[in-house]
Design a protein around this ligand. Structure first.
Ligand SMILES: [Fe+2]
Length: 400
């Protein structure tokens, strides 16, 4: 029935004119049956970014800007500077001798060193090296600046949750002093207290919400990935944790590293939080929603919330770094993870149906292969009947 033809149309108009909305004509919009990400998954290739790094280094003097960062943007957000829900991701470029001035803000941010050997990030008076694969945190309201002390250009991957913090209108920003030489004249400082896993000062106090450790070395992460057994999704996954609590590194940003083995697709999974993935090493492909990305080293792609995703390496192995807003969903008891119990067929086609029930897969009784329930036929073109047992998908909360 059209809106104008409703018997209560006059009442609805009167309510709207008086500053009210009736629930009954719009409850499906107010309470959708499942999340629907507004952004499609997106992929930025390192090869496509490199010429812009070159131009930015040549055309943008670091003295004139707060940061020489280039942010990856999904057009689904209508021109807003957003990479995927709640998150932005960028590459920052520093020429030899460049200093990105100190500042601080209430948004949480991280840096992951891709080609940043010789650069340093100073965080709250601690000098953090940026060797290959190092993760450096800049927690909310911590003073931070960057310096390139090498003789070559440095580029690293950044991520932050500005869209979340700005959406809550909770952003505070304080610029630092460009002429403050003392800011740069620091050593590791208290970072030394958190350098070793499993050992902490006996008088360390409390359980800080932000990790007291700011630098997580790539070397340790790689060693851990070498030692880890495959997890429930078939990949080896580690979480960067706050050593004082065992929880996420920050209450609003949560970081992971994932190692994939050749031709072993991870079990298709979808989650209520958003993810930005940086390819640390290797080559492979990811099927995310309706898209399949072929990726290689230092490419970046997104997994928007509640979108089916599976990854596989094409090289002997491949490492991904994931920055997510999962900790926010966990804290608010909104975390849900749905996994398919079967392995995906070689040529998997995803459905963008709005609810998980419609995208549940079923195992074909004739050939034993799985396909989305939305399809009429399985991957082997055998007939599927909807009463056949769903082999997958539950929206129950579970761990990685
Ligand atoms: Fe910053």
């Amino acid at each position: 029935m059209s809106r104008a033809g409703r018997p209560d149309a006059a009442l609805i108009r009167a309510l709207e004119g008086a500053g009210y909305h009736p629930l009954w004509d719009r409850y499906q919009r107010i309470t959708p049956v499942a999340p629907r990400a507004k952004d499609a998954p997106m992929h930025w290739r390192w090869a496509g970014f490199e010429p812009f790094a070159e131009r930015a280094a040549r055309e943008v003097p670091i003295e004139d800007v707060e940061r020489r960062a280039i942010i990856m943007v999904n057009p689904a957000f209508g021109g807003e500077t957003v990479t995927t829900g709640n998150l932005i991701a960028a590459f920052t470029v520093l020429e030899p001798g460049d200093r990105a001035v100190p500042h601080r803000h209430s948004a949480a941010a991280i840096r992951f060193s891709t080609r940043a050997e010789g650069a340093f990030t100073i965080v709250n008076g601690r000098r953090c090296e940026m060797r290959e694969g190092d993760l450096v945190l800049t927690p909310p309201m911590c003073w931070h600046g960057h310096i390139n002390e090498s003789g070559h250009r440095t580029v690293w991957f950044d991520a932050a949750n500005m869209p979340l913090i700005c959406g809550m209108d909770a952003n505070f920003f304080e610029p630092g002093n460009r002429r403050d030489e003392q800011f740069w004249e620091v050593d590791q400082g208290e970072e030394r207290l958190w350098a070793s896993a499993g050992i902490a000062a006996a008088n360390a106090q409390g359980a800080p919400a932000q990790s007291p450790k700011y630098r997580y070395t790539g070397e340790e992460a790689r060693r851990m990935l070498d030692a880890l057994p495959p997890g429930a999704d078939g990949a080896r996954t580690l979480r960067y944790v706050n050593p004082a609590t065992g929880g996420p590194v920050m209450p609003t940003l949560d970081c992971y590293a994932k190692r994939l083995d050749r031709d072993t697709a991870t079990r298709p999974c979808r989650v209520t939080h958003n993810q930005v993935c940086l390819v640390v090493s290797g080559e492979g492909s990811s099927s995310i929603g309706e898209k399949t990305f072929e990726w290689s080293r230092h490419d970046v792609f997104t997994v928007p919330h509640w979108t089916w995703a599976t990854h596989r390496a094409r090289s002997a192995q491949a490492d991904l770094f994931l920055v997510t807003d999962r900790a926010v969903f966990e804290a608010l008891d909104l975390l849900r993870i749905a996994r398919m119990r079967c392995k995906p067929p070689a040529r998997w086609r995803y459905s963008r149906a709005s609810t998980w029930r419609r995208t549940a897969s079923v195992r074909c009784a004739r050939c034993g292969r799985c396909a989305p329930r939305t399809g009429r036929r399985c991957a082997n073109r055998c007939a599927l009947r909807s009463r056949e047992a769903a082999c997958v998908t539950s929206a129950k909360r579970s761990r990685w």
